[in-house]
Design a protein around this ligand. Structure first.
Ligand code: FMN
Ligand code: SF4
Ligand code: SF4
Length: 311
């Protein structure tokens, strides 16, 4: 297995070592995966993100030798076979389930690693999310050893005002410290799913007309409208992991299968993307909590969301 010593490291890795990534890792007391005296473990972390929470967590669980890979980019490249000593995945839960793209990815993937961990970001409530990932990943032949969750800002616009969400202390550093230590110790743990929680989930899914084998898979043209505040900056064309936005001679148009991730509506710098008026929708009958409030994780740049998602 490859050894990695300071002698001869690239300028990029040297800068990375000095940079934020390591600062974060040191602050969290994260043990390095690499050592000059010992064997170097290769860790890959896969992620899906719309507003940066999951990318932030993925970065915090990485050291300078970790390969961070965006799932939308892997899907775009048709790259489904990955091998490392440790493979992690970080994604936001949508109605307790993985984003549709993450589900499709894991169903096709062949992940070869001695240790696999999953960290699910969420904003308010998770009660069956770990069990669902266990089921989905196991069925695909990619069973995970450790599944946990981390409470972050809730980016579900119909129920939450982003300006209020960012004020709440969600104890993120403490959670990251716990998860970092668990992964370093290669902890094996999958939280059990209580029967009562499963029943609640089944009702939630039924009431919203969702298919539990699919999750949120909508059509963007049904849910999003672009207002006159649009300046044609093209951000929406780059942050959508499905490439659903297009600048046309008559304005910005959106169309196509949609994960309902909210990357478009949250990252539009003009707040020109709004939800369509849908009084009969189980999600949007009451519109959104605050159409003037939008969110992106404070540690993640717009550029990073574009890099992660552009098609
Ligand atoms: C469609 C959708 C459904 C969501 N469902 C849940 C949920 O069931 N429980 C929860 O606590 N948070 C839920 N959230 C909030 C996100 O999981 C959370 O904000 C996540 O950290 C966002 O990650 P990101 O910034 O990487 O995109 C949902 C968000 C969206 C867009
Ligand atoms: S991101 Fe917003 S302002 Fe920019 S082109 Fe898209 S809709 Fe218009
Ligand atoms: S249209 Fe918006 S919500 Fe749908 S996948 Fe694209 S960015 Fe996500």
């Amino acid at each position: 297995m490859e050894k990695n010593c300071d002698k001869g490291i690239s300028r990029r890795s040297a800068l990375k070592r000095m940079g934020l990534l390591m600062a974060g890792a040191v602050a969290l007391g994260m043990p390095s995966l690499a050592s000059c005296s010992g064997e170097k473990k290769k860790r890959i972390i896969l992620y899906f993100t719309a507003t940066g929470n999951s990318l932030y967590v993925a970065r915090q669980l990485a050291d300078e030798a970790t390969e961070l890979l965006s799932i939308p980019q892997l899907v775009k490249q048709g790259r489904y076979e990955l091998e490392a000593d440790e493979i992690g995945i970080v994604y936001p839960i949508y109605g307790q389930m993985p984003p549709n793209m993450v589900r499709r990815f894991i169903q096709k993937a062949r992940l070869k690693a001695a240790y696999k961990f999953a960290v699910l970001t969420y904003g308010n409530m998770q009660f069956v999310a770990a069990g669902i990932w266990d089921e989905v990943s196991r069925k695909s032949g990619n069973a995970f050893d450790y599944i946990t969750s981390i409470l972050m800002v809730d980016n579900w616009l119909p129920n939450f005002d982003m300006n209020e969400q960012i004020k709440i202390d969600k104890h993120i550093p403490e959670s990251l410290e716990r998860i970092t230590a668990d992964i370093a110790a290669r902890k094996h743990e999958i939280p059990p799913t209580e029967e009562r929680a499963r029943q609640l989930f089944d009702r939630f899914i039924r009431d919203r007309g969702l298919d539990p084998e699919v999750g949120y898979l909508m059509h963007s043209e049904d849910y999003f409208v672009v207002t006159d505040a649009c300046i044609g900056c093209a951000v929406c064309t780059e942050v959508c992991p499905r490439g659903n936005y297009e600048l046309t001679s008559t304005g910005v148009k959106t169309k196509g299968d949609c994960d309902f991730c909210f990357a478009c509506i949250q990252n539009c710098p003009q707040k020109a993307i709004k939800f369509a008026e849908l009084p009969d929708s189980p999600f949007l009958a009451h519109g959104e909590k605050n159409p003037d409030a939008r969110f992106r994780n404070e540690h993640v740049s717009l550029w990073s969301i574009k890099e992660a998602n552009r098609q």
